[in-house]
Design a protein around this ligand. Structure first.
Ligand code: SF4
Ligand code: SF4
Length: 443
């Protein structure tokens, strides 16, 4: 099958060799677990437990705070120690529930019991996905039940599995391709029951030939499922880039994938759907890659959500030197953090520790008008023009130059020989404009 891609993008070194051959190791939490209530896009979940309560594995401890929201479940049994504000990886504070793990793993009734999805109605499947707290596990955290609820199911002609994993270093989805392909295929079959006219496509970058081979074998002979190899290029896993590469259709910031007849879900999310629907297991665990040249034994761990990131680093042998840079997520779109004392959330795909901060001490210089940022932008924007309007705080001109279409991928900053902070400035301006619009709408 010919390899497909989108226009623009960049080719950073993928550095996946550090952890791609490390089979996933299951890890249990030694210390207490912290469950943030804002692990998803939308309204934060509302705690339904209080300090002193005993909770069970799989028990809902915070309910969805609105339609675009998701409940949170305990990944262990134990006692609620506190319900209080805790720091998140973005440096903000969010309400969180801290649970003292009793290491008994006493689960709620029915947890893990098999269920035949072929006997479920569409509404029942959507309710299970919603109640299981499933969100996009690639990093975006959009509630999956909302994604899977469209105006007209018959108009969806593609369910696309995002198996690109295009961020350098991260290998958690790749390991799951090798280790749990059947669950991903079942997750896809469940979604295809919702969209009777859709084809299920696994989009996988061609730097994962073993993943492509395993999934291709699993869907061989299927009339509705296929594997589409994608060119290794960042940000191939962006929703708009995937839709463009696989279907040739375009969406913008005012459209949803469903407007282009598509539903896009991450590879790990498909496995979470399979767990919830066929085993009655809500989203309580995920696979996280711990990697970087400052980590002794780069690894992939299957961990309970809420576990402290420091436990994962310890399990990976610790640091071999003091890292200059610690990132939650990948190097392109992850969040730089100053401490590992943070909880793993539903969207934590990677902890990256680097010996050197390659951007340290590098000051931006004048634009040399090389045009590299224009060619790299996957949204076909003019990053230098957007930065200029943002620097002038001319937000009308910023909008007129389509600044709201920026997906914050960082490609422009990555290629700029003058080290101009294009993506960072554009993202700040976009946030400001959106916040102003929200304020205006609320008046
Ligand atoms: S960060 Fe925005 S402007 Fe820069 S390349 Fe990505 S989409 Fe284009
Ligand atoms: S890549 Fe940097 S130097 Fe080149 S045109 Fe863009 S902003 Fe200017």
């Amino acid at each position: 099958m010919p390899v497909k891609t989108f226009r623009g993008g960049v080719h950073p070194r993928d550095c996946k060799q550090l952890s791609e051959n490390a089979a996933t190791v299951r890890l249990e939490a030694k210390g207490e677990l912290t469950f943030l209530t804002n692990q998803h896009i939308g309204a934060p979940a509302k705690p339904v437990v209080k300090p002193g309560d005993r909770v069970l594995l799989g028990q809902m401890i915070a309910e969805a705070g609105g339609f675009v929201s998701a409940p949170v479940h305990s990944s262990v049994s134990g006692t609620v120690k506190s319900v209080s504000l805790k720091m998140t990886q973005s440096g903000d504070e969010a309400m969180a529930i801290t649970v003292e793990n009793d290491s008994e793993y006493e689960a709620v009734e029915g947890f893990g019991e098999p269920r035949d999805y072929s006997e479920l109605t569409k509404d029942e499947i959507r309710a299970i996905i919603r109640d299981a707290g499933i969100v996009g596990m690639g990093g975006a955290g959009f509630p999956t039940a909302v994604k899977a609820t469209v105006r007209d199911d018959s108009k969806i002609d593609y369910v696309i599995c995002n198996g690109a994993e295009c961020e350098p270093y991260i290998t958690c989805d790749y390991r799951l391709m090798l280790e749990k392909p059947d669950d991903a295929v079942t997750g896809m079959k469940i979604l295809l029951r919702l969209f009777e006219n859709a084809a299920g496509v696994f989009g996988i970058e061609n730097n994962k030939p073993a993943g492509i081979a395993v999934l291709s074998e699993k869907v061989a002979g299927s009339e509705r499922m296929s594997v589409q190899p994608l060119k290794k290029k960042y940000p191939q896993g962006g929703e708009r880039m995937l839709i463009s590469a696989i279907t040739g259709r375009k969406i913008n910031s005012k459209m949803l994938p469903a407007d282009a007849g598509c539903v896009v879900v991450n590879y790990s999310t498909l496995i979470a759907i399979c767990d919830a629907v066929t085993r009655r297991i809500p989203l309580v665990r995920r696979v996280v890659t711990v990697t970087g040249d400052a980590v002794k034994d780069p690894s992939n761990f299957d961990v309970p959500i809420g576990i402290n990131a420091a436990e994962l680093i310890e399990a990976a042998g610790g640091f071999n030197c003091e890292p200059e840079k610690l990132i939650f997520g990948g190097p392109m779109m992850g969040a730089a953090v100053y401490t590992e004392d943070l909880p793993i959330t539903k969207t934590s795909s990677c902890i990256l520790a680097l010996k050197r901060d390659e951007t340290k001490g590098l000051e931006p210089t004048e634009c040399i008008r090389c045009g590299k940022c224009l060619y790299a932008c996957p949204e076909h924007l003019m990053p230098i023009e957007l930065k200029n309007t943002a620097d002038r705080r001319d937000y009308k001109a910023f909008e007129a130059a389509h600044g709201l279409e920026c997906i914050g991928c960082g490609c422009c900053t990555y290629v700029c020989p003058a080290r101009r902070r294009l993506s960072q400035t554009i993202t700040m301006a976009k946030r400001y404009v959106l916040a102003e619009k929200k304020k205006g709408a609320a008046k």
